[in-house]
Design a binder for this molecule. Structure first.
Ligand code: GLC
Length: 514
């Protein structure tokens, strides 16, 4: 929606200017049939192995580029081959190459497997010692695991016969691929013309390590210490920001926010110095996967034009989870990691009050996270047994049932690089109440009415304050009481364009301009 406005504010002001003419020239000079070769590098990808939003983006942006540009976009993706990849998918993969990766004094096995989905080739880096483990991250040797992964990505290129025009790395786990390209591989044949993009999905996780492992684990010569160093330690994200040709983040507003100490987790000094190459492009969602008109995880289908099935989804949910069956009871939902920075601390401070003053309202939460919040929601269900359901787990199918059943969706994050849940909620006709930050600000516009009619697609507030959240939740509940108007706002939310189309075009424009 207002994404264009903010996009101008960031990329128009900073990233684009100097290169614009040359960008145009390159695009014009290149014959239409030369495909742009893009290699996405990252630690997770949907539907193969994912824990969060990064996986959604890695799983849907490449396919969106391919769908939009066809043969003109040769888009490939490389991720580790985790244990959690389903055996039948693993069995369907083709072996592309087998070799050893040298990382400092280590020589490690590396298999490159591949499969093609939606016109995108996915490569999987196979090394069971590093990746055959229960969870994707959170191991004592994550630094070494992802250093190995990044070296393997560099080493696989000649072996699979694919040198991309753009290496597009995502978050700290793939930061070293950009660093290795810059410090070492660009001097080698085939790598000279590879440009790099580094996308920050969340600046909080930077990959910080002590200096003593620079050579031994990361295989980086001490001459590069100034490049790698930040705040007295090795900082992989900082190094990638320095080395990449372009740095992007997942919404225009977040691109501005991370220039400030409040949001930067201390990286604003580096980003400010590099601001000329930083811009923000809003994520989209996979609108085929998240489609209430055909979603097989929800009991009754519905559309913006015919939303009657939505009430049936609510009744079915109430029946299944033993809540009073009442299509008129407003249902408030939270689907989130239960962490303070997601605004759960604000929710906790207002929820009982809201429930006590709106005796018909029902509340559903889905997610896991900090123990304090998990206990809070367990207790809340005990205290309101016929009004609250707390699912302290994560389950994608259940999440979609909740999006389809609920009326109001709370997402009052302290910071939110992009956020996908607010978009999914809209798509399923559930009105978001969000704080105006990052991608929430860029995707959800405040409801109001004037002589021209209704505006916006949700409820928003500016300050990280429980009072402001409570006031907006009450406003949403009060609008819920006005059937016609609530239905109109619901329709507006459902027809908001959250597809990748516009953003895929922005990425392509950036790749071409490099
Ligand atoms: C991270 C961010 C989230 C964003 C996602 C995909 O998970 O926290 O806001 O939507 O990455 O870019």
């Amino acid at each position: 929606m207002a994404e264009t406005k903010s996009a101008k504010a960031v990329s128009g002001g900073k990233a684009a200017p100097k290169k614009k003419t040359s960008a145009k020239k390159t695009a014009a000079a290149a014959p239409a049939c030369t495909p742009k070769k893009i290699l996405f590098v990252g630690a997770e990808v949907m539907p193969f192995a994912a824990t969060g939003g990064l996986g959604d983006v890695m799983g849907s942006l490449p396919a969106a580029l391919r769908a939009k540009y066809g043969e003109a976009a040769d888009v490939r993706v490389v991720v580790p081959l985790y244990e959690s990849v389903a055996p039948e998918i693993h069995a369907s993969m083709k072996t592309e190459a087998v070799f050893n990766v040298k990382l400092a004094w280590r020589q490690q096995y590396c298999g490159i497997l591949s499969l093609v989905k939606d016109g995108v080739t996915f490569y999987f880096v196979d090394n069971e010692y590093y990746f055959k483990r229960g969870k994707l991250y959170g191991h004592f040797d994550d630094g070494e695991r992802f250093a190995y992964f990044c070296k393997a990505v560099m080493e696989m290129l000649p072996r699979i016969g694919f040198f991309p025009d753009v290496l597009h790395a995502n978050d700290w786990q793939s930061a070293l691929s950009v660093v290795y390209l810059h410090t070492e591989y660009r001097q080698r044949m085939g790598y000279e013309n590879i440009k790099s993009v580094f996308t920050i999905h969340n600046i909080e996780y930077q990959g910080q390590y002590t200096f003593d492992i620079l050579q031994d684990v990361f295989d980086i010569s001490p001459q590069h210490t100034p490049l790698m160093a930040y705040d007295g330690c090795i900082n992989l994200m900082k190094a990638a920001i320095e080395c990449a040709d372009r740095v992007t983040t997942v919404s225009p507003t977040y691109a501005q926010e991370i220039m400030t100490p409040t949001y930067s987790h201390r990286l604003h000094f580096v980003l400010a110095r590099q601001s000329g190459k930083v811009s923000g492009i809003l994520n989209g969602i996979d609108t085929t996967y998240y489609d209430p008109a055909s979603d097989k995880d929800i009991p009754v289908h519905f559309t913006a034009d015919d939303p009657t099935g939505k009430a049936a989804c609510k009744l079915a949910f109430q029946r299944e989870y033993a809540l009073p069956e009442d299509a008129d009871a407003p249902m408030i939902a939270v689907i989130s990691r239960l962490a303070a920075h997601k605004g759960i601390d604000l929710i906790v401070r207002v929820l009982r009050h809201v429930l006590d003053t709106h005796p018909k309202a029902q509340f559903v939460v889905l997610g896991t996270g900090e123990g304090e919040y998990e206990s809070y929601f367990y207790q809340l269900e005990k205290d309101y047994p016929d009004r609250v359901r707390s699912f302290i787990l994560y389950n994608r199918a259940l999440s979609k049932k909740i999006y389809a059943a609920a009326d109001i969706f709370l997402m009052p994050s302290k910071s939110e690089p992009c956020g996908l849940s607010q978009m999914i909620a809209c798509r399923y006709g559930t009105i978001p109440v969000v704080r105006e930050t990052g991608g929430l600000y860029d995707s959800i516009k405040p409801y109001f009415e004037n002589e021209e009619g209704m505006h916006g697609n949700g409820f928003t507030f500016a300050n990280y304050s429980p009072d402001e959240l409570e006031e907006r939740v009450r406003a949403a509940l009060s609008l819920y009481g006005d059937r016609g108007r609530f239905a109109e706002l619901r329709r507006r939310a459902m027809v908001t364009d959250f597809s990748w189309d516009a953003s895929a075009a922005k990425y392509m424009e950036m790749y071409k301009g490099m």
